[in-house]
Design a protein around this ligand. Structure first.
Ligand SMILES: [Mg+2]
Length: 252
């Protein structure tokens, strides 16, 4: 006899099986045995017939990437002022390892939200670049190829350097023509963030790879930096044109 709770379990992909020879409360490989002394009822999750509800909860990597991409595009849509170029470090920013510790023969993987964010930026027409101090540019380029993300980047500066990436950014600026103040940069090393932000690039330190949270923070700080720069420009314009300084009410 099947009771109502069995129907509820079945709707979750959990099925009932009557076994002999087990004792009530005994753990089995499939589930947890319940029942009377005469017979034992085992509830198990069917590996084949999973309910539609349970199936909705499952997300393939492609679905997860698409979801992150949609969220990244929503975040971009919240901002009126956007960077012209977003620059990413590689090791521990886009992927969770140092290139020089890996072999070209391996198949690398990105941080969970990295691909969706890159796809969102591409969809919105925002250019991207790479600035990495990896000493093994051959491995880095092989991995970018294997991950199918190499064509996303307008410029790729990958070489070891003591300049904490100021040289990388000079080259990216020369190649793309984008001013430093129109760039947004993500990196996991504080020394790179400090030196590059002094050039005028909005620079965001990531703790565990690039995430939607870091991405939103980056766009927020970019807008704040842009607004304060515009205010400063206005102050200088007023100063040299002989006009009185803007009043408090004009500032916003
Ligand atoms: Mg790094």
């Amino acid at each position: 006899m099947v009771d109502r709770s069995d129907n509820r379990r079945a709707s979750q992909g959990i099925h009932r099986k009557v076994l002999k020879g087990c004792f009530p409360g005994e753990c089995t490989q499939q589930g947890f045995a319940l029942g009377s002394q005469e017979r034992t009822v085992v509830y198990y999750t069917c590996p084949i017939s999973v309910s539609p509800f349970a199936r909705l909860k499952e997300t393939s990597p492609a679905m997860a990437e698409e979801k992150v991409k949609d969220e990244a595009m929503q975040i971009i849509g919240m901002f009126q002022i956007l960077p012209r170029l977003v620059v990413f470090d590689l090791d521990y920013t886009l992927w969770p390892f140092y290139c020089e510790c890996r072999s070209k023969r391996e198949m690398p993987s990105l941080y969970p939200q990295a691909k969706g964010i890159l796809s969102g930026l591409k969809e919105k027409g925002i250019e991207m670049a790479v600035a990495s101090r990896s000493p093994t540019s051959d491995i880095a380029n092989t991995f970018l190829d294997k991950l199918n993300i190499k064509p996303l980047f307008l410029a790729k500066e990958i070489y070891s350097s003591w300049t904490h990436k100021t040289e990388h950014f000079q080259k990216i600026h020369t190649r793309t023509g984008v001013p430093f103040t129109e760039m947004l940069f993500f990196d996991d090393e504080d020394r790179n963030i400090k030196s590059v932000s002094k050039m005028g690039v909005t620079s965001i330190l990531v703790g565990n790879g690039v995430t939607l949270g870091a991405f939103r923070q980056g766009l927020t700080e970019f807008t704040q930096n842009h607004n304060s720069m515009e205010k400063n420009k206005q102050v200088w314009r007023d100063k040299y044109s002989g006009k009185p300084a803007s009043s408090e009410t004009d500032k916003d």
